[in-house]
Ligand binder design. Structure first.
Ligand code: NDP
Length: 248
């Protein structure tokens, strides 16, 4: 088990890609602290599912886009788990619209949830990782942050911002053996993409060389690698997980 005895924080793991990452990490022996915005049945079910895999697991109700909440969340996790080796910044939203029609509120909400949250969580965990002299941060970007997309200027900007932020942190933290990498999923089947009309889904898939959407678990496998000790010299890397989509 390649993450045995490690502890990870995974944001937004109540469903979708974050949930798949939490399950993969637990199967690799990693203790998992995760969050969603509310403590509900889903969160409790994920706690039980992860605990059944033989690791320590706890869900926290946190808004990671809020600076003080992120600070309190990390403080609580450190008190409960004793240390944090890995941070996966996965929580994210979309609120699509053409720029012509996009409101300021739509732009701000996506930027705060997707990008400011990465700053808030990195700020909160950085002192502990700095003290212990090691750490792996994996930020979930998107191929849309590399290539742009129709009706997703707010989302694309937030995900492009994650790449710039991560590469800067990689430079600043490298001396303390803290690695920072980005995983950029392509089109992945989750609740977030379930609302995409079937015809549009077929058009998207036809443009993917592998001719199918990816699975959340395929993204999780890339995260396991980047979070593990299998790549001690890989930092500042942007890894697309997209079936060979153009521009990624
Ligand atoms: P989902 O909508 O399925 O899940 C999002 C998760 O984030 C939920 O657990 C949600 O929990 C949590 N969340 C949202 N906002 C907050 C917040 N402010 N604070 C804490 N938790 C929050 O999304 P996906 O699994 O599809 O996407 C996960 C990540 O992957 C996102 O960053 C997304 O941008 C990225 N991605 C997804 C792709 C796809 O095709 N699905 C493609 C490329 C990138 P709750 O609702 O309980 O608060």
């Amino acid at each position: 088990m390649i993450l045995e005895n490690k502890t990870a924080i995974i944001t937004g793991a109540t469903r979708g890609i974050g949930h798949a990452i939490a399950v993969r990490f637990a199967k690799e022996g990693c203790n998992v602290a995760f969050c969603g915005r509310t403590r509900n049945e889903k969160m409790i079910a994920v706690e039980q599912e992860l605990s059944a895999l033989g690791v320590k697991a706890k869900g926290y109700a946190t808004d990671v886009a809020d600076y003080d909440s992120a600070q309190a969340f990390v403080k609580e996790v450190l008190a409960d788990f004793g240390k944090v080796d890995i941070l996966v910044n996965n929580a994210g939203i979309t609120d699509d619209s053409a720029v012509k029609r996009m409101t300021e509120e739509q732009f701000d909400r996506v930027m705060h949830t997707n990008l400011k949250s990465v700053f808030c969580m990195t700020k909160a965990i950085q002192p502990a990782m700095w003290r212990q002299g090691h750490g792996a941060i994996v930020n979930i970007g998107s191929v849309v942050g590399i290539a742009g997309n129709y009706n997703q200027a707010n989302y694309a900007a937030s995900k492009a911002g994650i790449i710039g932020f991560s590469k800067s942190c990689a430079k600043e933290f490298a001396a303390r053996n803290i690695r920072v990498n980005v995983v950029c999923p392509g089109f992945i089947e989750t609740e977030m993409t379930a609302e995409v009309p079937k015809e549009l889904m077929a058009t998207w898939c036809s443009r993917i060389p592998m001719k199918r959407p990816g699975t959340a678990d395929e993204v999780a496998q890339a995260c396991v690698f980047l979070a593990s000790d299998m790549c001690p010299y890989i930092t500042s890397h942007v890894m697309p997980v997209c079936g060979g989509m153009e521009d990624a």
